[in-house]
Design a binder for this molecule. Sequence first.
Ligand SMILES: Nc1nc2c(ncn2[C@@H]2O[C@H](COP(=O)(O)OP(=O)(O)OP(=O)(O)O)[C@@H](O)[C@H]2O)c(=O)[nH]1
Length: 353
Amino acid sequence: MSRIPVSIVSGFLGSGKTTLLNRLLRQPGMSDTAVIVNEFGEIGLDHELVEAGDGSVVLLPNGCVCCAVRGSFVQALDDLHQRRARGAVTRFARVVVETSGLADPGPLIQALLAEPSLRARYLFDTVTATVDAVHGAATLDTHLEAVRQLAVADHIVLTKQDMLPEDTAEATVAELTRMLRQVNPGATLGTASAAIDALVCAAPFDPEQGVELGRWLRDTAYRGRQECRHGRYRGRVRSFCVVREEAIDEGALELFLSGLCKHLGARLLRLKGIVRVAQRPDRPVVVQGVQTLLHEPVRLARWPGPERRTRLVFITLDIEQDEIEDMLGLMERMQARALLARMRAGGLPAAAA
Ligand SMILES: Nc1nc2c(ncn2[C@@H]2O[C@H](COP(=O)(O)OP(=O)(O)OP(=O)(O)O)[C@@H](O)[C@H]2O)c(=O)[nH]1
């Protein structure tokens, strides 16, 4: 059975998530959608605001997903799948999760990438983040949650543009766009209609199959170092792409990825990439991660396009590109030394080193 795509709609408090979700669910192609609403606080309202339409939308009552409790999210998706299998709910073909405005979507993404029960049944698809054109800049200036939401987004929707004063609207949108691009250069940025089209029409992102890898990675948008130049996160949030012509030793890659988790942790806002591995240069490895968790690297059957270089895109907090490059270089040297030592001790044929 093919895996069911799960998309996340995130965005700061009042930025228009529920409005977007309702519009999304009204599209003809979305009638087979299950919805999970992550409510903040004891008494949730959002699930009542999401329109159930013709009844084909499944709502999990009472805020059964809590951003702080990854376990309950896993449980909710597991239960939903079982109910689907029993025929207790409509046979949905996709899931959309609306996070609370104060939630960091990172733990939900981690669960989708790493929990074995979810990985078997669901496919982590896209994150859409709503940003309010009126308050977005001020929110990003002051709230790390908003920065984290933005960093993991594949699509950014600029809401409430109609509420901007006519004479300054264009300049405000241009300034906000610059700011958003400094944090996340790879995400598509547009109106609700564009994001809805992308969600309804596009095939799910499946880096494990190498499907549409360019659309998923968008590494060209990361060329040239970029950093946030506004507010509290000025000079602290950076995005960049590490490119390597030479293949990377598999052992060094493993050391590098575990080093990233261990040393960078929550400062690693987002990592995606494709790696040319020395041991199998014809079969690249896809890596991705959010904060402390990196998805187990997945080896593709072949390169998805003509470009055969390693490309790793990063969005980081308080980490410079040079630190990452140094760490990778160090792991490569360590691995080379270890291989050499084993070779000298007679443990490896010379060709392996
Ligand atoms: N004028 C205008 N109002 C909007 C737009 N998007 C959302 N709103 C309004 O903004 C308010 C908040 O929108 P919601 O969709 O509830 O926002 P939310 O992000 O789900 O809010 P929380 O769940 O409380 O974080 C509602 O009154 C919406 O009608 C927009 O593009 N233009």
